[in-house]
Ligand binder design. Structure first.
Ligand SMILES: [Zn+2]
Length: 296
């Protein structure tokens, strides 16, 4: 079987992770771990999964890689930005406010509706990443953002070859991917096929982009964060039960207030645990990668 990262045939089966009919292989050259078969979830499967993520409990919450990206030293005004697989993409509103010309695509129609109607991003389209529904001639982008997408792709190499046609001179790509070297990746049920097909570390992601003639400018590992500790312990202070009741249409007027108070308690508790954990654990949940489309 060919490695989906560097295309080498030098790989072997490993038994570190197994999941519902899928096996895992590891490339001996770039060291990426990949699913066998490389078969991802369907669009309807994602609609069910990601709609949950849009429940709106914390609309003002930016993720670590979004905050890292917003701190980049970039002349934002009038930059043409394409966000692929945008998910719960609150940060796009920040980009719009900075004066960027933002285009967003996702396969999930609910996300696109949210992006257009709630975030006010007019150029939001339902589109498959392999067949971007954007006019290539008119659309050369300065910045392409692909957060938490690469690990889902059946043919990652094909996607990054296709994207070259959408890149302006000197354009940059900003990615985030789950970090396979984080603490207890086996505990994360969402990190298995058909949801995630590949598992990356710093070496494999660097080799992936070099194989596809990009230049890697920067790879940063996330510190241990509140969410990582929450995933590990998974104790929600009753917030998940309350959220289910609110979403099922409960009319109890105190529930939202109690819910938001418990959420704050939950965040404060796990932030404290994460701060202590950072003394001992150096590898957090995600990798943040900046790539230049020019190799020289
Ligand atoms: Zn490889």
């Amino acid at each position: 079987m060919q490695c989906p990262g560097c295309f080498s045939n030098n790989n072997n089966e490993i038994n570190t992770y197994t999941s519902q009919g899928y096996r895992f292989r590891k490339c001996r050259d770039c060291e990426v771990i990949f699913a066998n078969p490389m078969k991802s979830g369907t669009a309807s499967w994602y609609e069910k999964l990601w709609w949950y993520d849009l429940s709106g409990a914390s609309l003002d919450y930016l993720r670590w890689y979004e905050k890292t990206f917003l701190k980049e030293d970039i002349e934002w005004d009038l930059k043409k930005v394409l966000n692929i697989g945008c998910s719960r993409n609150i940060f796009l509103k920040e980009l719009k406010d900075k004066g960027c010309d933002v285009t967003a695509v996702d396969i999930n129609k609910d996300i696109v509706k949210f992006t257009k109607n709630v975030l006010g991003i007019d150029k939001s389209f339902v589109s498959d990443v392999y067949k971007l529904g954007i006019n290539e001639e008119k659309s050369k982008f300065d910045i392409i953002i692909i957060f938490q997408v690469l690990e889902h792709l059946e043919a990652p190499g094909e996607v990054f070859r296709l994207l070259k046609g959408f890149l302006a001179y000197d354009a940059k790509l900003f990615l985030s991917i789950p970090n396979r070297d984080r603490i207890y990746p086996q505990k994360s049920v969402w990190d298995y096929p058909p949801h995630h097909l590949t598992r990356w570390d710093k070496k494999s992601i660097r080799m992936f982009f070099e194989t596809h003639s990009y230049r890697v400018d920067k790879i940063i590992t996330a510190p241990l964060l509140c969410d990582d500790v929450y995933y590990l312990f998974n104790f929600g202070f009753g917030t998940r039960t309350l959220e289910r009741k609110i979403r099922a249409g409960s009319k109890n007027i105190f529930f939202p207030l109690i819910y938001y108070s418990l959420c704050k308690l939950r965040v404060a508790f796990y932030k404290l645990l994460a701060a202590i954990g950072r003394i001992f654990i150096k590898e957090g949940q995600d990798l943040y990668v900046v790539v230049n489309c020019r190799k020289d």
